[in-house]
Design a protein around this ligand. Structure first.
Ligand code: GDD
Ligand code: MN
Length: 369
């Protein structure tokens, strides 16, 4: 059994902390310990937690910090404290019962075969109880937005009920974290995904707090929106833009190959153009498939090998790209009077390439978690 440290950041959770700690110690295995990280809450949260230490000898720890420094700082301090001690696993959770302790045994079980376990509201069986429509929209919108910006397949990027193997925290490199507030959760998961950790989402029902107040504010939310971009820039070794440039270069090389073979066979060899053109297409597409696999989308496919199936898929999306190219070119010629037809063809090629790139990224070279 993994030895687990549950880390709970608290700020003014006097009404929740005692019952939460009791509920936790009731469900977790004996070797599990808890660390409360309190930012000197004016309501005396620390005092209440301290009062419980004698009831759970050696299993309850408290880290009191002089002033409110935000969620990220609290978790980073907790991890730093725990990483220098012999725990194998860490759990993040809120103090307000939004994260039900009953899910912990299942999370622990899943952690034996994964690096990270995410308590997820956004998969089948998961959800939220008691939130206003507005808060729901804000949360779903935030998740969707981060998902789009980061291109990361985790369904609940913003959630704060996550379990980490010690090794995955070490892989992330906690010193690199740039978030101060709620984008911390997004950044942690995104970094883990980028570092190649295996991530398992299990469904949880998130219940709104009954006691005390949320520390979420408009400014915390706005900070998170902007931070997603900072996170992307600082983490992604291969962002979508890099991949697109490599994809375009690969396409250029494919065109050179195509024209070279065409010149050799049709001009010099005198072979029939249509048949040669088909051969040129197949050779160029195959070359593109290999280079895209080995280079443009290397960060997506990792150690995976080339496959006949993916090769077929790549041919299919290339044909689709060609279709888009011809369609756009013809449509432009039909509806606009252009000085040169080649302008329409150039726009067509660009459109075809964009469609091709998206299909390649999402299907052929899709990245799995
Ligand atoms: N030590 C410390 N310092 N604790 C803090 C601070 C701080 O500055 N700010 C908040 N906390 C503690 C709270 O006391 C609570 O235990 C936990 O962090 C979460 O704070 P809430 O105020 O209850 O957050 P929430 O319910 O709005 O947000 C939850 O859902 C979000 C996603 O929808 C959290 O789980 C977030 O992490 C999550 O992103
Ligand atoms: Mn809460």
């Amino acid at each position: 059994m993994l030895s687990l440290l549950i880390t709970i950041p608290t700020y003014n959770e006097a009404e929740n902390i005692e019952s939460l700690l009791k509920a936790l110690f009731d469900v977790v295995p004996l070797e599990t310990e808890i660390l409360v990280v309190d930012d000197n809450s004016p309501d005396g949260t620390t005092k209440i937690a301290e009062g419980l230490i004698p009831s759970y000898p050696g299993r309850l720890h408290i880290l009191n910090r002089p002033k409110k420094q935000g969620l990220a700082a609290a978790y980073l301090a907790a991890f730093e404290w725990g990483l220098s001690r012999p725990y194998d696993a860490f759990l993040e959770m809120d103090a307000d019962f939004s994260h039900n302790p009953k899910y912990i045994p299942k999370m622990l079980f899943e952690l034996s075969s994964h690096d990270v376990v995410v308590g997820s509201r956004n998969i089948k069986g998961g959800g939220v109880e008691g939130w206003s429509m507005l808060r729901n929209i804000v949360s779903k919108g935030g998740s969707f937005y981060s998902h789009l910006v980061l291109g990361c397949p985790i369904k609940d990027l913003t959630g704060g009920f996550n379990m980490w193997k010690k090794t995955s925290l070490e892989k992330i490199g906690l010193r690199n974290i740039i978030s101060k507030g709620y984008s911390f959760q997004i950044e942690m998961k995104y970094r883990a995904w980028n570092a190649g950790c295996s991530i398992k989402e299990i469904p949880i029902i998130f219940a709104d707090r009954e006691k005390g107040t949320s520390k979420m504010s408009k400014s915390i939310f706005l900070e998170a929106l902007i931070n997603v971009w900072r996170i992307r820039n600082c983490v992604a070794s291969d962002s979508g833009i890099d991949q697109f440039i490599k994809f375009a270069i690969t396409g250029g090389l494919g065109t050179i190959t195509n024209l070279t073979i065409f010149f050799l066979c049709a001009d010099i060899g005198g072979l029939p153009e249509i048949q040669i053109s088909v051969v040129c297409f197949l050779v160029a597409v195959t070359q593109n498939y290999i280079i895209n696999h080995k280079w443009s989308f290397k960060s997506n496919v990792g150690e995976k090998t080339l496959s006949i199936r993916k090769w077929f898929e790549f041919i299919a999306i290339s044909l689709l790209g060609l279709g888009v190219n011809i369609f756009v070119m013809k449509t432009l010629l039909l509806y606009f009077s252009l000085p040169y037809k080649v302008i329409a063809q150039a726009v067509g090629i660009a459109a075809g390439m964009i469609v091709n790139f998206i299909m390649a990224k999402l299907f052929v070279f899709r990245r799995k978690i």
